[in-house]
Ligand binder design. Sequence first.
Ligand SMILES: N[C@@H](CCSC[C@H]1O[C@@H](n2cnc3c(=O)[nH]cnc32)[C@H](O)[C@@H]1O)C(=O)O
Ligand SMILES: [Zn+2]
Length: 432
Amino acid sequence: MSTLALTGGRVLRPDLTVDRADVLVDQETGEIGAIGPDLGDDADTVLDATDALVTPGFVNGHCHVAMTLLRGYADDKPLDAWLSEDIWPAEAELTPEAIEAGAELGLLEMVRAGITGFADMYFEMDRVADAVDRAGVRARLGHGVISVGKDHEDAREDAETGLEFARAFDGAADGRVRTAFMPHSLTTVSEAIYEEFVPKARDAGVPIHLHANETNDEVTPIVEEHGVRPLEYARELGLLEPGDFLAHGVHVDETEISLLAETGAGVIHCPASNMKLASGMAPVQALLDAGVTVGLGTDGAASNNDLSLLDEARDAAMIGKLAADDAAAVAAADVVEMATAGSAEAIGLPAGRLETGAPADLAVIDLSGPHLTPHHDLVSHLAYAAAASDVRHTVCDGRVLMRDRDVRTLDADRVRERAAAEAAALVERAES
Ligand SMILES: N[C@@H](CCSC[C@H]1O[C@@H](n2cnc3c(=O)[nH]cnc32)[C@H](O)[C@@H]1O)C(=O)O
Ligand SMILES: [Zn+2]
């Protein structure tokens, strides 16, 4: 049995208390074997956690990881115009190689940020799955299905691609890759596609993930056409089963919040994307009060513009207070929970809790920076003051992905060069 010990630091327990302890990992099973004093003596590998906090790895509940290629390409526009004028024309020029390069860049960034699991909706997902396998993290992946701008047969083909990917790749990368059926949203996918493919996804035994209630412009046409709120329409389509999760949920009313609580479907809150695209303020405190499972996501790098859940936690707390008009709303502990166990539960990955027997998906946060001094409350620091650059080591499934800020599973220089070259070529194709 080979073992890994994280020694000399403090640990963040599932109840969000902090105490001094070492963590011992069984690398064969990928699980945490013990948490307690002096566990480093006989370990095969030791990671130094002195002056640091060992936390569960962060879980990015909603992403389009290959969109790192479009970071900084189109900013300062609302969702509709941003997608139709800039993003979709550029995405039409994406090649499988470009997507793989963009995915590797995003994975490099996420491993450096202590992110050990994520959910991703994009295309050429076999390439994304390969990159996830190499990077060593966990993911729930799906091909984004869209029917707007396509005839019904082309839309069916897109949905078939989504279903086939979900069937073929569930359990890939030694079980670290799980899948979902991922229709883009309630307005960009036709009712006929939902009617045919929701039952097929249920038969395949995979959950469903989509964007929902992101902007008001998305809510109005559904209310006008169907006479019900978007999530009531979603329910009529057979969506919102346990295990399903939606991104955004910004414009949800009380009926829809109750529906989420009753069905057990999760919500991934993406505060940076919601602020940048001026989509609105999600009622996060109301969702939490109702007992909805809430996680955090970055969305794609083009609407964020980085992939850090520590940034997202801070943004969530800030905007959550504004939305509730209450400084006590969406507190530090709430956003730390959302960035770890909340996201993991929403997207259905076995992560988010640092306890014996749990998968060893861990981040080690260096607490020595001046911005993290003094140490009154480390949960407060995670929520409000820590940055991705404070992450010292990242471990997933018992394997060391980053040691002393050096990513071991990906060649950082090569990944950056390749992604920069693919991004430049992509933009040239899109603009010629
Ligand atoms: N197969 C589809 C691809 C869909 S992937 C998911 C899509 O979501 C887009 N996207 C990224 N961020 C957001 C967002 O915040 N809301 C809605 N869509 C987004 C992203 O650019 C990508 O086109 C096709 O043929 O176009
Ligand atoms: Zn998105």
